[in-house]
Design a protein around this ligand. Sequence first.
Ligand code: GLU
Length: 283
Amino acid sequence: MTVTRFAPSPNGSLHLGHAYSAIVAHDLAQARGGRFLLRIEDIDGSRSRADLAEEFRADLAWLGLDWEEVPAQSSRIASYEAAAQALREMDLLYPCRCTRAEIAAAALTKGPDGPVYPGTCRGAERDFTGPVAWRLDVKEALARTGPLTWIDELAGEQIARPDLAGDVVLVRKEADTPASYHLAATLDDAADGVTLVTRGMDLFAASHVHRLLQALLCLPVPVWHHHALLLDAVGTKLAKRRNSPSLTDRRRADEDGRALADALRQGRLPAGIRLSEGLDGTP
Ligand code: GLU
């Protein structure tokens, strides 16, 4: 059975891009007789707000979607810690004390999420005490798993290239975050039985990393569907704190949410907003 999910982080209101993402996940599950899950990704301690999660539910209902809600990330911390521990026991994690500025200065390449960490701390003594970031030794991890592939429904079969993102952070002790997005989302998708990971194509590169984590942690491998993005007039992706009225604003202004959802489905977008080209080449 197809199981999809929408996994918003309650650190800002949802906008039209989120609505589009939720509708894609919902409709793909519905068309295939499957299930559509809502998971609140609330482990960014300093920025997560419970009141926003409540607004998210109201926004989705207003769009005419129905869903099954699975436990929020904040209730799953033990599973993240266990996985991080398992990776540490495999000797695949190392502590890093570099600051953002140091990484930017030392980076040799630019990856999908900015400067790629060049592995400065990889060879140093593995002292995990204190406020450090725990990084995955991606080259060593890939050497252990061997070559990996994954499938995006729109882009086709991919050879996993987690190395392009560098040695990603999996735990942020320095920010008191028990797991990075990569580790938490990968574990949760497996625990929730998600078979089709739907999200925007801006997160395509993350899936290379997630595929590696699945292999290391013996998790089931889903199929991915990275959908096109809603862009503003200058071609920038809609963002939480920028350029787009929130769904909550629209709902409170008594706009018709179901009509908006149908318009998004049909590609009838509000003035100044357009859909990027998709991974299958369609607009
Ligand atoms: N919490 C992530 C976000 O809001 C979810 C990304 C995903 O769907 O994997 O961007």
